[in-house]
Design a protein around this ligand. Structure first.
Ligand SMILES: O=C(O)[C@H](O)[C@@H](O)[C@H](O)[C@H](O)COP(=O)(O)O
Length: 268
C-alpha cells in the first residue's frame, strides 16, 4: 500500500505522497479501481490522458498485478489535449502515451481515439469532437445527465507552472468556450503553438477528474490554486476552474509539490 496522507477541502480530495514511487503506486491503484467500477457499471472505461509527466507516472499499470487484472479490452482512450503535430513527432501526446503506456498493455487499437494529425488545428478540433459525439450517440461514452456533454469515466490532468491544465492557459479565450466540446489554439504560450483541447464544460462533466502534480517547482502554483489566489491578471487559474459538477476531483501530489501547503486548513 502506497504511503499517502489524504485530506479533504472544498477543492476535492488531496492525496499527498511521500515519494514519486508512492504516488505512482497510488495512481495505478486508483485508475485500476475506477476501471473495474466503470466496466461493471456500463461495460466500458473511458479514460482521458494528458501530456507531460503524467503518462510516465502511470507506468505501474504495465506491471503486475494490473497488467493481468485490468480489463484492458474495455478501455477507450482519449486525450484532454493534443499538440497538432504528426503522431510520430516527439511533441505528440499520442506518441508519448503510445511509447510509455499503450504499446505495453493489451488495449484494442480501435479504442485509441487520437486526433487527425493531417489537418489544421481548427479542423482537428472539430473532427475530434465529431468522433466523441458519435461515441456518445452509440453510448460507448456516457452522456452527462446535467449538461450537453460527454461524461468520461476519468479525466487525468497535469498542471503547468502557470496553473494551466489540458491546453487551457491563464487568460486565454479557450477558457471561456461554453458550447464546443473541443476547441483549438494557434497561439499556445507553451510550445508547440497549435493545439486542441477539451473545454471546461467537458472536463467538469466527467465522473472523475484527477490532477497529478509533482516536483518542488510546482509548489508555489499548488499553494496558489489551493488558497484560491488568482493569477497575475487577477483571473482564476485554470486549475481552480476544474470543479466537476457531479463528479469527484482528486489531487495527486508528491511531498515536494505539496511543500508550501502546511497549515492551509485541510482536514484529514
Ligand atoms: O500537452 C500538454 O502540454 C499537457 O497536456 C499539459 O497540460 C501538461 O499536462 C502540463 O503542462 C503539465 O506537464 P508536466 O507534468 O510535464 O509539468
Amino acid at each position: 500500500m502506497a504511503l499517502s496522507k489524504v485530506f479533504h477541502n472544498d477543492r476535492g480530495e488531496l492525496r499527498i505522497h511521500e515519494s514519486l514511487d508512492d504516488l505512482a503506486a497510488s495512481l495505478a491503484e486508483y485508475i485500476a479501481e475506477l476501471s473495474e467500477v466503470s466496466v461493471k457499471d456500463h461495460g466500458v472505461f473511458s479514460i482521458v490522458l494528458s501530456g507531460g509527466s503524467l503518462v510516465g507516472l502511470m507506468g505501474k499499470l504495465c506491471e503486475a498485478p494490473y497488467i493481468r487484472t485490468v480489463d484492458w479490452a474495455r478501455w477507450h482512450i482519449f486525450w484532454s489535449d493534443e499538440r497538432v503535430v504528426s503522431k510520430s513527432h516527439s511533441d505528440s501526446n499520442y506518441k508519448l502515451a503510445k511509447d510509455e503506456l499503450l504499446s505495453k498493455v493489451p488495449v484494442v487499437p480501435g479504442h485509441i481515439h487520437s486526433i487527425n494529425d493531417t489537418v489544421s488545428a481548427e479542423q482537428a478540433a472539430s473532427d475530434y469532437e465529431f468522433v466523441i459525439r458519435q461515441l456518445v450517440r452509440t453510448r460507448t461514452v456516457c452522456a452527462s445527465d446535467i449538461s450537453d456533454c460527454p461524461k468520461f469515466d476519468l479525466i487525468l490532468l497535469g498542471m503547468g507552472l502557470d496553473g494551466h491544465v489540458a491546453s487551457l492557459f491563464p487568460g486565454h479565450g479557450a477558457l471561456d468556450e461554453k458550447n464546443e466540446w473541443v476547441t483549438f489554439l494557434t497561439d499556445s504560450p507553451k510550445p508547440p503553438p497549435e493545439r486542441i483541447t477539451f473545454t471546461l464544460p467537458v472536463i467538469n462533466s466527467a465522473s472523475n477528474v484527477a490532477i497529478v502534480i509533482t516536483g518542488e517547482n510546482k509548489a508555489r502554483a499548488v499553494q496558489m490554486v489551493m488558497a484560491g489566489n488568482s493569477g497575475p491578471d487577477c483571473s482564476s487559474l485554470p486549475a481552480q476552474m476544474v470543479s466537476p459538477s457531479s463528479g469527484n476531483l482528486v489531487w495527486f501530489l508528491d511531498r515536494s509539490a505539496a511543500s508550501k501547503l502546511n497549515g492551509s486548513g485541510f482536514s484529514e
